[in-house]
Design a protein around this ligand. Structure first.
Ligand code: PLA
Length: 456
């Protein structure tokens, strides 16, 4: 052992001693003499940063994320009655996270297959996964796929797909403004800004009717510059739960195509809105059917419960196969320095399920059960508020679609519910219906009742 360290600890500073033991840990063969000379060299260096202030001393504490920060606060609360309705993550009636049976089965198959290795995937990801993902969103017999004018690249869930799409547009598309709905998922503006796009909002939600501001939407998109990009939520709009009807989608499509606006769909909830994968893809398919171009970001976080596996895809539908192939070559240049190539496990689970008819069917049944449970929570909450005669019209709870209810509660009422009832939700009044169960509905109804009667 280094004599200076074992018998004369007072000779070096705490930092020096830590440094010595770290060096010995890295290479136990380092001689004591060389250690002490290294030691003095490092300690003497004015740029070593071991003495004095941190070179990061100026770094300010950043605020928590408006959605994921809710979970951070929830985790710190010791109350046994606490309830997390912040992040959109599905829970069972027992309040537990779920791994779908079909996902467990696929994982078992993958683990048992000894021929599988952990080599890098290509830059664009798993080929089967990409093909099957395109089919899932565009339809099995989509002409765009048959004509080879769709390029699909595997990305890191919905967020990563949006991010790669944003950067591709920032580099290669002539119009750098993207219109996003007011309101929208809080991460959207940040993702698009980082991709080099400038963000503008179009009216989407009308707080007075708690419904779609269709007139405002048409006006705002109508006055957008030709060629502007428009972000559309494919279904189950987050946070409002308000989707256009099919007739309204048809009008939006007509307006956008007539003005040459480029659609960028965010499809994070396919199957979660109605329980049907095909029904929830109608908006996207309508735009693809007219032969025009568009981008689609897909996520398997919610509909396959693969949240932490980070599985998603970006598809770009182009005019012809030649353009699609050049677009793909450029997507590779975006991906390579960003994350090099995507992870293999989650995409293999998805591909295993999508290519086996029985497993696919099993998935649709489990998916429908999740969607139905969310819808039943809407009815239970609505009934509970009605039974308590809670002031206000709460019918939007059963009208809204997908994972979230945009309650209309203001930030003071939300803060009150968190403080007094240990119910955690985002400050815009959004609650994740997927986090609710029959057992917790009465507690939430009590909290909402108290909030609207006591806090204004
Ligand atoms: N797009 C929308 C509209 C989303 O709501 C979410 C997730 C994503 C993309 C990204 O999902 P992914 O990257 O995990 O595939 N929104 C969640 C979670 C469910 C979050 O904020 O990250 C939400 O609570 O709003």
């Amino acid at each position: 052992m280094h004599p200076q360290l074992s018998s004369h600890p007072a000779h070096g500073s705490a930092t020096d001693r830590r440094l010595n033991s770290m060096l010995r840990h890295i290479d136990p063969s380092i001689a004591s003499s060389s250690l002490s000379s290294m030691d003095s060299q490092i300690s003497a260096s004015p740029t070593s940063g071991f003495h004095g202030d941190s070179v990061f001393a100026h770094v300010a504490q950043a605020p928590e994320d408006s959605i994921l920060g809710v979970t951070v606060a929830y985790n710190k609360d010791p109350s046994p009655i606490k309830l997390n309705l912040g992040v959109g993550a599905y829970r069972t009636e027992e309040g537990k996270p779920v791994v779908l049976n079909v996902v467990r089965k696929a994982e078992q198959l993958l683990v048992n297959d000894r021929s599988r290795v952990k080599e890098y995937l290509p830059i664009v990801g798993l080929a089967d996964f990409n093909k099957l993902s395109a089919k899932l969103i565009f339809g099995a017999d989509s002409p765009a796929i048959q004509e080879n004018r769709v390029t699909t690249v595997q990305c890191l869930s919905g967020t990563g797909s949006l991010r790669v799409g944003a950067e591709f547009l920032g580099r290669h598309y002539h119009e750098r403004t993207i219109y996003i709905p007011q309101p929208t998922w809080g991460n959207h503006p940040k993702i698009f800004n980082l991709g080099g796009l400038s963000v503008k909002y179009y009216r989407y939600y009308d707080p007075a009717t708690r419904g779609l501001h269709f007139q405002g939407l048409l006006e705002d998109l109508g006055s957008a510059p030709t060629g502007a990009i428009v972000l559309l939520h494919a279904c189950a709009h987050n946070p409002t739960g308000v989707d256009p009807t099919l007739e309204q989608w048809a009008q939006i499509r007509q307006l956008m195509r007539s003005k040459g606006l480029l659609p960028f769909f965010d499809s994070a909830y396919q199957g979660f809105a109605s329980g049907s994968l095909d029904a929830d893809a109608q908006s996207v398919r309508m735009f693809v059917a007219d032969g025009g171009e568009c981008l689609v970001a897909q996520s398997y976080a919610k509909n396959m419960g693969l949240y932490g596996e980070r599985v998603g895809a970006l598809s770009i539908v182009c005019k012809n196969a030649d353009v699609a192939s050049r677009v793909e070559s450029q997507l590779k240049l975006v991906i390579r320095p960003m994350f090099s190539n995507p992870p293999i496990h989650g995409a293999s689970i998805v591909a295993t399920i999508l290519k086996d008819m029985n497993m696919y069917d099993e998935w649709t049944v489990e998916l429908k059960a999740m969607a139905d449970r969310i819808i039943s929570m809407r009815h239970k909450l609505f009934e509970a508020l009605r039974a308590k005669d809670t002031p206000g019209d709460w019918s939007h709870i059963i009208k809204q679609i997908g994972m979230f209810t945009f309650t209309g509660l203001n930030s003071e009422q939300v803060a009150f519910m968190t403080k007094e009832y240990h119910i955690y939700m985002t400050s815009d009044g959004r609650i994740s219906m997927a986090g609710l169960s029959s057992k917790t509905v009465p507690h939430l109804a009590d909290a909402i009742h108290a909030a609207v009667t006591r806090v204004r």
